[in-house]
Ligand binder design. Structure first.
Ligand SMILES: *Cc1c(COP(=O)(O)O)cnc(C)c1O
Length: 420
C-alpha cells in the first residue's frame, strides 16, 4: 500500500476512535519536552495517565483516605467499598469467573514471583521442568531461575524464528511428562510479537500442565478474556494500562489459590492467629498480606472505566493501522533494520540503525522531544538471539498519531545526517 493510502486509512481509523478527543484526556500529552511538543513513544515502559485516573488518586486522598476492612468508621467503610469495587472491575475486565480470583499485587513482577513462590514450592518437584520462551521479559525468567535453584527444577526454552515468533514445533517437543508449568508472554515488550496463546494453552492442558501468562503488554492493546483463554494464571501491571505505578494484578483459577500456600504472612491474610498456629483467610485475602496500595487499586479501577468507554475493536483497528504506517515509514530510513516482524504484533517497533549505537539514537531523538527507549528492554536473551546488544524501541499507545510517527522519521533522518 502506498504511504498516502496508508495515511488516509490511519486518519479514518483515528476518527473512528476519536483520537483527538482521547488525547485531550491526557494532560501530559499537551505539554512540551525540550521546547517541542512531547512525542511520547515509550508506552511499553509505562503509559501516560488520563485525568480520570489522576482524579481518582486525588479523590481518595482528599475525601476517602482510610485503611480498609478494619475501620469502624465512615471513611474506613468508603475506602473498603471502593477497594472491593475495584477488584470487581478488574474481574470483569479480565472475564474472570469470581472476584476472589483477582489478587492485587505491585505489578507483573510481583505477580510472577508470587506464583513462583507459592505454586512452585508446593506443586513442582525436583527434576520437573518449567517451559518459558526466548521472548520473555526478565520478570518471567529470573523468578523461575531462582525457583530452580531452590527446588531443583529445570528451565526449558522455546526458541523464536527470524520474525520473532515462537517455534511451535519446538514447543510441542519440549512438552512432556516432566513439564510442571508453562510460563509464557502474551505479547513481547521488546519486539511486539503476540504469541499463539490459545494453542499454547490447549497443548499444555492436553498434558495436564498449567499455564501462566505474562499479560503486561497485551492488556493495553487487546481485550483479554481469561475464561475463554482458560489460562491458569494471568499477570499484568496497572501502570502500563493507563493506571498508576505500584499496583498490578494476578488472576489465578480458584482451585490454585485454594491449593497454594500464602506468599507473604502478616495482617489481612489470616483467619485467626495463635502462637500455637495460624489459619489463613480465604482467597483473595490469603495472598494480600499487609496494607495494600488502596489508592492504586481504586485508580486502576478508574483506568479500566476509562478504557471501557472506547470500543476494543476501534482501539485495535487504529493501533494496527498506526503500526503498519510506522513499519512502512521506518523502512524508508537508510540503514534501518526492524527487529521483530511477526505477522501478529502489538504496536511496538524495535530497530537498529547501521553503525550507530542505539543510545546515541535515543539521545538525539530526545533533543527533538521524542521519547523512546534504548537498551536491552529487560530481554537480554532475546537481544542475544538477534545478535544485537540493544535496540531503539518506539512503543505506541492508542493516543499516538501518524503525525508523531512522521516526527520520529524526520528525527531519524537527522540522526543519520549527524553520523554519516
Ligand atoms: C513491564 C513488563 C514486565 C514487568 O512489569 P513491572 O510493572 O515492572 O512489574 C513483565 N513482563 C512484560 C512483558 C513487561 O512488559
Amino acid at each position: 500500500m502506498s504511504t498516502t493510502t496508508l495515511q488516509s486509512a490511519t486518519k479514518r481509523a483515528a476518527e473512528a476512535l476519536d483520537v483527538a478527543g482521547l488525547r485531550r484526556q491526557f494532560p501530559i500529552l499537551g505539554r512540551a519536552a525540550r521546547d517541542r511538543p512531547l512525542v511520547y513513544l515509550d508506552n511499553a515502559a509505562t503509559s501516560q495517565k488520563p485525568q480520570a485516573v489522576i482524579d481518582a488518586l486525588l479523590r481518595f486522598y482528599t475525601e476517602d483516605c482510610s485503611n480498609i476492612h478494619r475501620g469502624a468508621h465512615l471513611l474506613g467503610q468508603r475506602a473498603s467499598e471502593a477497594y472491593d469495587a475495584a477488584r470487581v472491575r478488574v474481574q470483569r475486565f479480565l472475564g474472570a469467573g469470581s472476584d476472589s480470583e483477582i489478587i492485587f499485587v505491585r505489578g507483573t513482577t510481583e505477580a510472577i514471583n508470587l506464583v513462583a513462590q507459592a505454586f512452585g514450592t508446593r506443586h513442582l518437584e525436583p527434576g520437573q521442568e518449567i517451559i518459558i520462551s526466548t521472548l520473555e521479559h526478565h520478570a518471567n525468567i529470573v523468578p523461575w531461575q531462582m525457583l530452580c535453584q531452590r527446588r531443583g527444577t529445570r528451565l526449558r526454552i522455546v526458541p523464536v524464528d527470524e520474525t520473532g515468533q515462537l517455534v511451535m514445533d519446538a514447543y510441542e517437543r519440549l512438552l512432556g511428562p516432566r513439564t510442571g508449568l508453562v510460563a509464557v508472554t502474551h505479547a513481547s515488550n521488546a519486539l511486539g510479537t503476540v504469541t499463539p496463546l490459545r494453542e499454547i494453552i490447549a497443548l499444555a492442558h492436553r498434558q495436564g500442565v498449567p499455564v501462566l501468562v505474562d499479560g503486561a503488554q497485551a492488556v493495553p492493546h487487546r481485550r483479554v478474556d481469561v475464561s475463554q483463554l482458560d489460562c491458569d494464571f494471568y499477570a499484568f501491571s496497572g501502570h502500563k494500562v493507563f493506571g498508576p505505578t505500584g499496583i498490578g494484578v494476578l488472576y489465578a483459577k480458584r482451585r490454585w489459590l485454594e491449593a497454594m500456600p500464602p506468599y507473604q504472612g502478616g495482617g489481612g491474610m489470616i483467619s485467626s492467629v495463635r502462637f500455637q498456629g495460624t489459619t489463613y483467610a480465604d482467597p483473595p485475602h490469603k495472598f494480600e498480606a499487609g496494607t495494600p496500595h488502596i489508592a492504586g487499586a481504586i485508580a486502576l479501577g478508574a483506568a479500566i472505566d476509562f478504557l471501557d468507554q472506547y470500543s476494543g475493536r476501534a482501539i485495535e483497528e487504529y493501533e494496527q493501522q498506526l503500526l503498519e504506517y510506522a513499519t512502512q515509514s521506518l523502512a524508508s530510513v537508510p540503514g534501518l533494520r526492524i527487529i521483530g516482524t511477526a505477522p501478529d504484533k502489538v504496536p511496538i517497533l524495535s530497530f537498529v540503525l547501521q553503525g550507530i549505537h542505539p543510545h546515541d539514537v535515543g539521545t538525539i531523538l530526545d533533543r527533538y522531544g521524542i521519547a523512546t527507549r534504548t537498551g536491552h528492554h529487560c530481554a537480554q536473551p532475546l537481544m542475544e538471539r538477534f545478535g544485537v546488544p540493544a535496540t531503539t524501541r518506539a512503543s505506541l499507545a492508542m493516543y499516538n498519531t501518524h503525525h508523531e510517527i512522521d516526527a520520529l522519521i524526520d528525527a531519524l533522518h537527522k540522526v543519520n545526517e549527524v553520523f554519516r
